[in-house]
Design a protein around this ligand. Structure first.
Ligand SMILES: [Fe+2]
Length: 316
């Protein structure tokens, strides 16, 4: 029975401008430099144990050139853009891993300005090597290979296309929306792979945690609008597992009367700013996915929190 081991990260919030006035206002959570260094070392050190690294969105703090160029430089040493944060040095790049790095954009990656206007598309240019599905916003990855895949990770970007889709009275940009066209692409891609590879199991990866307002202490400001359409589609296509992030808190829960399991990753790089232990403390998640005959039999998860004293991720 094959088991695939993946490292699930989320919400890195990479930024080139830690000292800028709008970050000082505390409107955005941003990455910690020590954590970024340890993350890149960990991915490299564990390269023989892992089959893939998954990052479920909010890779950059905003979708502006200054943040995206810093973000891509942490991924790839061959990035064309200059690293605008000259004081930050990382010994390893994520690419040194040498195996699939699977990503999906989040709402922050699509912010066109510091005022969090949704609808940006610069992310697609900077991260073309990892995210190259254009307007379809759905991308599939086959593991361990394309010839004899055991697992398809199909990613869909439900970031708001326009400010007009925000449903809160305050116009908060933390929401996502299950767009009907993107959802249909996701369904079509799932059926296409299923028809080609009978032995292949499925996981969907999105940024926004479905029904997060029902499972976390966060309100509609961060909701995935029309999440029920996604859950119904997952049940219709027999997809039982969805990976996500966005909440900065980790949780495994179910939707669709227990028929769809949601694996929500916490932030892997943002410190919540309190000295006390906090459920928003950074974590990384090792997930062992056991597959048999085209079905996921079990997903075993190990959450590894950031130890503020040891400055490392430590199993507690
Ligand atoms: Fe987010």
């Amino acid at each position: 029975m094959p088991t695939l081991r993946i490292l699930h990260l989320s919400d890195l919030h990479l930024t080139a401008q830690v000292d800028s006035w709008f970050l000082q206002l505390g409107l955005y959570e941003v990455c910690d430099e020590d954590i970024l260094r340890v993350l890149s070392e960990t991915i490299y050190d564990w390269r023989d144990e892992l089959d893939a690294v998954l990052i479920s969105g909010d890779i950059a703090t905003t979708g502006r050139d200054i943040d995206l160029s810093f973000a891509i430089n942490l991924f790839s040493s061959t990035a064309q853009s200059g690293n605008l944060r000259k004081d930050f040095q990382s010994h390893y790049k994520f690419d040194d891993f040498g195996k699939p790095i699977i990503i999906v954009p989040g709402n922050h990656d699509r912010f066109r300005s510091i005022f969090a206007l949704p609808g940006g598309f610069s992310f697609d240019r900077y991260f073309e090597k990892y995210w190259n599905c254009g307007n379809k916003r759905v991308q599939a990855h086959l593991l361990p290979n394309d010839i004899e895949p055991r697992l398809a990770i199909i990613c869909a970007d439900f970031s708001l296309k326009s400010v007009q889709h925000i449903t809160t009275p305050t116009g908060h940009p933390g929401q996502g929306k299950v767009d009907d066209t993107i959802l249909q692409y996701l369904i079509d891609k799932t059926k296409e792979i299923s028809d080609s590879f009978a032995e292949c199991a499925f996981i969907w990866m999105i940024h926004f945690a479905p029904n997060c307002e029902g499972h976390f202490e966060i309100g509609k400001n961060h909701s995935l609008i029309d999440y029920n359409k996604l859950i119904e589609a997952a049940m219709d296509t027999n997809v039982k597992h969805i990976f996500c992030g966005h909440t900065h808190m980790s949780e495994i829960y179910s939707e669709g009367n227990g028929r769809v399991n949601i694996f929500c990753a916490g932030t892997s790089a943002c410190l919540p700013g309190t000295e006390k232990q906090d459920k928003r403390d950074p974590k990384i998640h090792v997930r062992d996915i056991e597959i048999d005959n085209g079905k996921i039999i079990e997903i075993r998860s190990l959450d590894i929190p950031w130890d503020k004293d040891l400055r490392n991720f430590q199993v507690s």
